[in-house]
Design a protein around this ligand. Structure first.
Ligand code: PLZ
Length: 450
């Protein structure tokens, strides 16, 4: 793996209790002007970040196993990205691509068309957030097919706008009290190997979903099926082999647009540039965000030209879509992902980490499942019966990690999953230290000493 240099010491080092005095003072200021609806995982406030660490305002250096929810794949201050942002900002920060277009947008679109799975003529359109990309992928699919129905899956997460809330499965905290939701969205059973009845294969789970689609909607009524190749917020659910290819094949046979939502899985996270590549699935449309631009807000829909060109002039857009500074950051970030072979790094470091977690699972019954690919890994916690979700243990483990200076994120429909999403540039020793803290915390909270 290529050697990576860092600006900050890649260490876990606590200078104060967490949160320290400066974080506590910021928390007081926050409470006066920011609603509690905006929640934060960490009780500390960032002062600096580089590679696999975040330095808080009290001088505490934390190991970051969250990457700002799978965004800072190249780190939060990659020098090439920072330089590209500064240079572009010094030229122009905005002209609006719908008013005065600029080359940086075209260059990003060229990169995305070249990098994403698929052959034949394809197009790319840029937006700002993942949800905006998902909204527009559905717009394109509905416009191109003349159909209205959209299929999403159990445990799905697609955003917090009205349509993407309708596509998202979990009510609290994402949807509760925010209805009514967009119509013509249908939810189908997912392949969830750990929780499916024993031995349900990918093709069998796909047949279950396809039968439900055909009986509840009718294949000729469906504009699109949207799915995360590995479900993120829903619990890092990796469908059984064969599930995605079977769903994609059914879509092709029925003129349904297959949308892969790779907002969380994209840009090297799963050990490949894009997760769909694992089973050779070629989406009709793919939504991208998070790892795309080194932390700058940018998203995209990339896909078949015949679908995207079906939209009338002016049908796609938005004021900030494809902001030039974000585009400059994306060009630099994509270059760094390629230069450092971050998909390969994620595969190598992820395999080592997964092996460590699987050893732990053999010794700790509360670890019901270890799953994922690359540096998108998860641990699902269960009670003594081996299946009842244990959200309390999950919270206790995450709190214990933070106390030791390791920031981990939880997720899952049942709140019982700890996920590992470190920056892909994290140092080997830094990652190993963070994982060791996690393993110790799990053993301690589950009452299984080493
Ligand atoms: C697959 C997938 N599609 C779409 C989205 C939405 O992306 P935005 O950039 O947050 O809109 C996500 C965002 N996931 C993290 C959101 C966390 C939170 O808001 O609490 C995703 O993972």
């Amino acid at each position: 793996m290529p050697t990576i240099s860092y600006r900050l010491p890649q260490v876990r080092q606590l200078a104060t209790e967490l949160p320290g005095p400066a974080s506590r003072a910021l928390a007081e200021r926050r409470a006066a002007v920011i609603p509690a609806g905006v929640a934060s995982t960490a009780p500390v406030y960032a002062a600096d970040a580089d590679g696999g660490v975040i330095l808080d305002v009290d001088g505490n250096s934390l190991i970051d196993l969250g990457a700002g929810i799978a965004v800072t794949n190249v780190g939060a201050s990659d020098p090439a990205v920072a330089e590209a942002i500064a240079k572009q900002a010094a030229r122009f920060t905005h002209t609006c691509f719908m008013v005065t277009p600029y080359e940086e947008y075209i260059a990003v679109a060229e990169q995305l068309v070249a990098l994403t799975p698929g052959d034949g003529p394809r197009r790319a359109v840029l937006f700002n957030s993942g949800a905006e990309a998902v909204e527009n992928a559905v717009k394109i699919a509905r416009h191109a097919t003349g159909r209205n129905a959209v299929v999403a899956f159990d445990h799905a997460y697609h955003g917090r706008t009205n349509l993407t809330m309708a596509l998202t499965a979990k009510s609290m905290p994402y949807k509760h009290g925010f209805g009514p939701f967009a119509s013509e969205v249908y939810r189908m059973p997912m392949s969830y190997p750990f929780r499916d009845q024993a031995g349900l294969t990918g093709p069998e789970a796909a047949a279950r979903a396809i039968t439900a689609i055909e009986k509840q909607i009718g294949g000729d009524q469906v504009a699109a099926v949207i799915i995360e190749p590995i479900q993120g917020e829903g619990g890092f659910i990796e469908p059984a082999p064969g599930f995605l290819p079977a769903i994609a094949a059914w879509c092709r046979e029925n003129g349904v647009v297959f949308i892969a939502d790779e907002v969380q899985t994209g840009f090297g996270r799963t050990g490949r540039w894009f997760a769909c590549e694992e089973e050779g699935v070629v989406p009709d449309l793919i939504t991208l965000a998070k790892g795309i631009a080194g932390g700058m807000p940018l998203s995209a829909v990339v896909g078949r030209a015949d679908l995207m060109d079906s939209v009338h002039a002016g049908g796609l857009g938005g004021t900030y879509g494809g902001n030039p500074v974000a585009c400059a950051a994306a060009l630099a970030a994509i270059g760094r992902i390629r230069e450092l072979d971050l998909p390969g790094r994620a595969a190598e470091l992820g395999a080592r980490t997964k092996a460590t977690l699987q050893e732990l699972a053999a010794a700790v019954p509360a670890v019901g499942d270890v799953r994922g690919r690359g540096l998108m890994l998860a641990i699902e916690f269960v009670r003594e019966d081996g299946t009842t979700p244990d959200a309390d243990l999950t919270k206790a483990v995450a709190a214990a990690c933070l106390k030791q200076g390791v920031l981990v994120l939880t997720c899952g429909t049942y709140g019982n999953v700890i996920r590992l999403l470190p920056p892909l540039v994290i140092g080997e020793d830094t990652l190993a230290d963070g994982v060791a803290v996690l393993v110790d915390a799990i053993r301690a909270e589950a009452g299984v000493p080493a």
